[in-house]
Design a protein around this ligand. Structure first.
Ligand SMILES: NC(=O)c1ccc[n+]([C@@H]2O[C@H](COP(=O)([O-])OP(=O)(O)OC[C@H]3O[C@@H](n4cnc5c(N)ncnc54)[C@H](OP(=O)(O)O)[C@@H]3O)[C@@H](O)[C@H]2O)c1
Length: 298
């Protein structure tokens, strides 16, 4: 009988929840691993194993015990500013736990799907999958180290680099970037938003679909899964404000030089998705098509 079981970390995350739901909908039996599951987490997993991945050895034990066909490792310390001040935790979760997971997957012949980021790059986008990594902050460094460790440990892997994932937050989740913009504008707040960060943002349902297609195709290696339109946080904010007829004059352009953040941001980490399109036929949703769905009434 075919093994249709998955162990997934980070299923409660903003992007993680979409990925989890995509595979549940396709009939995969998912055991989630992480801290507490929120009461409203839906659909309930086959099993939830409580583990703090900062203690990274435990995840290997869980994988060896459950022997899944696939491990989706989506948990991360994912806020770049937090990673600058909590370097030990960022390394433990983003790099060391990933190393342990890769070793355990290699041991049982499981496939590893690892969630990585455009932040492994800097200012020369659009980048392709084979471009040399060049992170400018610690978050990006921990992910680049994890990618390297996976590539050196097992061939049966998918490294998924995604970008500024946006969509409708699910129950119990924090507002994402677009909702934060809308909530502030509705309160009449002035916003200062960066113009000097070119990105290729990813619509959350597309991310889940893209990963699912790659698994169906039995693809291996590194893939960029994101949109194909270049945006900056500033142009995205203006687009959502225009869509909802909010006051765009409240959105003030700023640069990193004017308002530096703790973690430096890449200035053009846009990603090329030609490899994903050629492998799976994936076509990303345009932001203009996603906005009416995200902000539809009711
Ligand atoms: N969202 C984006 O825009 C984006 C862009 C590029 C790459 N990525 C990558 O894609 C992945 C998924 O992103 P996301 O949006 O779902 O991230 P997220 O919303 O920040 O969620 C992080 C996940 O990691 C889990 N986690 C954090 N610390 C943990 C710990 N000590 N032990 C166990 N679990 C822990 C969290 O679980 P709790 O519920 O316990 O907190 C949560 O499920 C991440 O690897 C991220 O780096 C995301």
């Amino acid at each position: 009988m075919t093994n249709r079981s998955i162990i997934m970390t980070g299923a409660t995350g903003f992007a993680g929840r979409y990925i989890y739901q995509q595979f549940v909908a396709d009939g995969w039996q998912i055991t989630t691993v992480g801290r507490a599951l929120p009461d409203d987490f839906s659909p309930q997993p086959k099993q939830h194993v409580v583990a703090d991945l900062l203690h990274s050895e435990k995840i290997a034990e869980i994988i060896l015990q459950h022997r899944p066909a696939i491990v989706i490792h989506s948990a991360a310390l994912s806020k770049p500013n937090d990673c600058e001040v909590q370097k030990d935790a960022a390394y433990a979760l983003n790099t060391a736990a990933t190393q342990n997971i890769a070793t355990a997957c290699a041991h049982i012949g499981a496939r590893l799907v690892f969630m990585s980021t455009d932040f492994v790059f800097n200012n020369e986008g659009p980048y392709v999958e084979d471009s040399k990594t060049c992170p400018v902050n610690y978050y990006g460094s921990t992910k680049a180290m994890a990618e390297e460790s996976i590539a050196n440990t097992l061939a049966n892997h998918l490294i998924i680099r995604t970008v500024l994932v946006y969509g409708r937050p699910q129950s119990g989740q924090q507002p994402g970037f677009l909702q934060w913009v809308v909530n502030n504008l509705r309160r009449g707040e002035t916003l200062h938003i960066y113009t000097d960060q070119v990105r290729t943002p990813c619509y959350a349902p597309d991310l889940a679909k893209g990963i699912h297609l790659l698994i169906q195709q039995d693809a291996r290696g590194t893939f960029h899964v994101c949109g194909q339109e270049a945006w900056t946080p500033y142009t995205m904010a203006v687009a959502v404000a225009e869509h909802l007829h909010l006051d765009t004059a409240l959105i003030k352009p700023v640069t990193a030089a004017q308002r530096p953040e703790l973690a430096q941001r890449p200035s053009n980490a846009s990603l090329c998705i030609d490899k994903l399109k050629a492998t799976t036929g994936f076509e990303p949703t345009a932001l203009g098509d996603a906005l009416p769905v995200i902000f539809e009434e009711g």
